[in-house]
Design a protein around this ligand. Sequence first.
Ligand code: GAF
Length: 384
Amino acid sequence: MDTTTLRNRFRQQFGTSGDLYFSPGRINLIGEHTDYNGGFVFPGAVDKGVAIEIYRNGSRKVCLLALDQKEYPYVEFTLDDTSKPEEHWACYIFGVCRELEERGVSVGGFNAAITGDVPLGAGMSSSAALESVFAFALNTMFADGRVDKFELAKIGQATEHNYCGVKCGIMDQFASVFGKKDCLIRLDCRSLEYEYFPFDPTGYKMILVNSMVKHSLGNEYNERRESCEKAVALMNREFGGVETLRDANYQMLDAVKERLTDADYRRARYVLDEKERVMAVCEALQEGDYELVGKKMYETHWGLSHDYTVSCPELDFLVKTAQECGVTGSRVMGGGFGGCTINLVRDTIADKFTSKVKRDYARKYGIIPEIYDVTIGDGSRRLQ
Ligand code: GAF
């Protein structure tokens, strides 16, 4: 990312220069809405994310300049404030300061300028990138890097829960902090054991298509989580040992079906299906069977659309268009309700697919979707 403007604006605003840090957004090949159900996910960091320049100011004040915010780009708060800032974007930073302090780090005042090239609200985790970059930088500046990377990811997640109203899982923050160039991460969200999988699908491209429907995760996301928790509570009462849907199977779920609403039942069933798909994709990747990977991606999409109900007509249209074009795999990525589809596309049809999807989507919805080629990059780091 070109940081020249960031540097210039920081100097203009604060009269000094500081240190640069970067954290990426993420993609996720498969394993959607499984993280908060104790399951597996398959994300990777991308080469797009959030960069900050930051400098200690020797006070208790935090002064923030967000270059990409049109309204209210400048916010100040003090580390002693008890209520969070009014500007939603600043709550992420406020939350990270608080969560670090809860873990014994004595955060001091700082000035920071923020910029990013990961599209906002596109399902690529711009918010996790923002949390991670501050958690990483403040840990380096005020705790000599004492807080380990697992805890940095948990700080980002706790910020979402406690300051931003989203009861998310750990996937996005984990991928942002732990990302590794050219590798996907198979993460067990229950134990946090992880393994890097070199990902070089020779003959295929990973392409994201942005529906341009801006998603913001909130109540609807939290409701999905509650549906899963209701199913877990019933199965646990009936069979014991069911802490999350990871511990459940179809027989158990069917035994409590009558006591669940149809919506809750279908959501829990989707998670069980997705658990199996992730395992199948792991094996397929080891064997280089990308056709099977793609088939599972489509199944995930329709499960997310019909059972988990986190798709929208625009995303369904994008996936159908991919299918018509002969794309190997396509599905909504991330929390849903808008954002991007992730597409596994044979090199030979990549150009045909991108032109068709742009043309057909523009015809139907009057807007040209943005297309991004995925490059898998490294996780949180200091630049220079
Ligand atoms: C969002 C959340 F932040 C993640 O934790 C995850 O649940 C994802 O939606 C769905 O897989 O990105």
